[in-house]
Design a protein around this ligand. Sequence first.
Ligand code: BEZ
Ligand code: FE
Length: 291
Amino acid sequence: MRNINEDTITQAVIAAMSDCENDRLRTVMTSLVQHLHAFAREVALTEAEWYAGIKFLKDTGHITDDKRHEFILLSDVLGLSMLVTAQNNAKPEGCTESTVFGPFFVDGAPALRNGSDISNGAKGTPCYVRGQVRGLDGEAVPEAVINVWQSDEEGFYDVQRPSESGQHEHRARARLLSDAHGNFSFRSILAMHYPIPHDGPVGALLWALGRHPWRPAHLHFMIEAPGYERLITHVFRKDSRYLDSDAVFGVRSSLIADWVFHESSPGADGEDEEFYTLDYDFVLNPSGAAN
Ligand code: BEZ
Ligand code: FE
């Protein structure tokens, strides 16, 4: 393998992988190399541009840790996360649609009873959420594990806030179980629109591209029950800004819901306080169902 030139390099790299015993890896890497080389040819990539790309990836790696998932953000803003979500989660009509997972899920959120206040000190206007988990034939799904997480009124998730104790403090996130009739309920705070983290390389890229970092207000849900496919989704506020320009392309019309405003109810201190309610049901796809 000598004197490889710009016309023969692609085939040479593909041939170099021919002994790979992992068929799927070989298929994926062959395609990746073909597309990467085609991209470099199509845009006539310069050496300076190649280096800028390498530096961008290096910076993305440097800022990444267990709490700051800059590579996921990159995938999100390039639409790759939503593409992979969409092509792996086709469901029959009537099922709740999936959308992006996002970088702010935390494993091991507190297990709380239905009706609990999940905010745990996160600031925002009170909001009461209730709904039912059903299967495609309308059957109630009892004991579904419902993970819910959201940002506070300033648009920050608990993991983005420094913790006083040094330990992660779970705020505005919880794990609930649907009851015998598939119902669930909790109190939380009103979801607000917020910008994805944009103080790193991905934010600089958005800025350079003339794009904004905002996401419309939403609640995240992950729902799991035996016999059904896991559902990862959001519910979006109908009156939110950015529904038509979500920085990560995650909005689905079927996931937009009405948060109903209520002028007052007696708050904990006896004062009247405004609150919102949201009713939203989820329909799970039975495992092994045809799409
Ligand atoms: C989120 O909704 O939490 C999210 C999704 C993608 C990128 C950043 C945040
Ligand atoms: Fe979010």
